[in-house]
Design a protein around this ligand. Structure first.
Ligand code: NAP
Length: 285
């Protein structure tokens, strides 16, 4: 039976440390980490994410502000807001909640955020730095996965690592972080042939596909560490991951639940990046 990796507990411990570091930063330098969250339109799920991010900021003692813009916001209006936030000394991190309404150019918006305040690490400059291995911020979800792997006491070095999914926000950076820790990494996607054969090689299997019950027991090597990034709804509308949990639990050595696995880590890493940015500001960097 797999041991559960408790993302909620690990996230709470890291947030306690972030709160302590924030208190110290404010006392010693007067700099309070500030996060601005920008949301365009009225997608209910996105509004829930934004509320959670704001609440998390308050819990660790950050300053935070929310900019909820109407669906019909123009590219120019959004760019003007980002320019203001880039200049605002109270703000150390800027997050634009994605996806944006279709009429807006998402990539141009990401590139408009100052790389120093790009706490999602989506800006091309930060992506490039991650590739080189000399980075300021790590993208939140893959960074959270690495924290979970570390907390379980699993070493990545020399292991066969398979990532299913190649998105810019999860799959690709995930593969890079595993590579930085000397994993032997394979990235799978919708054109991968004989997927179960490939995934069965994995000592560490990360699934970021977005389909319920996608990872079945026959895709998992006995004793593998299985990290489930997926956030889906099952046939009863309940939140679930990509992994067929009941079937994979007896096969894996470690497994992350959904909810309570990767999810709580993502916001935690966002807080960590915002704190890092504020610390750099305090040091005049
Ligand atoms: P995405 O952009 O839709 O990417 C999905 C990836 O899965 C693509 O690379 C796609 O391949 C691949 N894929 C689709 N069908 C496949 C198949 N049959 N075999 C192999 N690969 C297949 O999604 P994402 O943004 O990376 O997110 C992935 C999941 O993680 C979603 O459920 C999302 O909600 C969740 N997520 C969770 C968190 C969190 O905090 N827990 C954060 C971010 C995302 P192609 O490239 O070939 O199309």
């Amino acid at each position: 039976m797999a041991q559960m990796i408790d993302g909620k507990k690990i996230a709470a411990e890291i947030r306690e440390q972030i709160a302590a570091d924030t208190k110290k930063l404010v006392e010693e330098t007067g700099v309070r980490p500030g996060l601005a969250v920008v949301i365009v339109g009225d997608d209910p799920a996105s509004h829930v994410y934004v509320r959670n991010k704001k609440k998390a900021c308050e819990q660790v003692g950050f300053y935070s502000e929310e900019h909820a813009l109407p669906e019909q916001t123009t590219q120019q209006e959004l760019m003007a807001l980002l320019d203001r936030l880039n200049q605002d000394p109270k703000i150390h991190g800027i997050l634009v909640q994605l996806p944006l309404p279709r009429h807006l150019d998402e990539q141009a918006v990401i590139e408009r955020i100052s790389p120093k305040k790009d706490v999602d690490a989506f800006h091309a400059m930060n992506v490039g730095k991650i590739m080189i291995g000399n980075f300021d911020f790590l993208p939140c979800t893959p960074a959270g996965v690495m924290e979970l792997i570390h907390a379980a006491g699993v070493s990545v070095s020399g292991k066969e690592c398979v990532v299913i999914g190649r998105s810019n926000i999860v799959g690709k950076p995930m593969a890079m972080l595993l590579l930085h820790e000397n994993g032997t990494v394979t990235i799978c996607h919708s054109r991968t042939q004989h997927l179960p054969e490939v995934t069965r090689r994995a000592d560490i299997l990360v699934s970021a596909v977005g389909r319920a019950k996608f990872v079945t027991a026959d895709m998992v090597k006995p004793g593998a560490v299985v990290i489930d990034v997926g956030m889906n709804r099952d046939e009863n509308g309940k939140l679930c991951g990509d992994v067929d949990f009941a079937a994979v639990e007896p096969v894996a050595s470690y497994l992350t639940p959904v909810p309570g696995g990767v999810g709580p880590m993502t916001i935690t890493m966002l807080l960590k990046n915002t704190l890092t940015s504020a610390q750099k500001t305090a040091q005049g960097k």
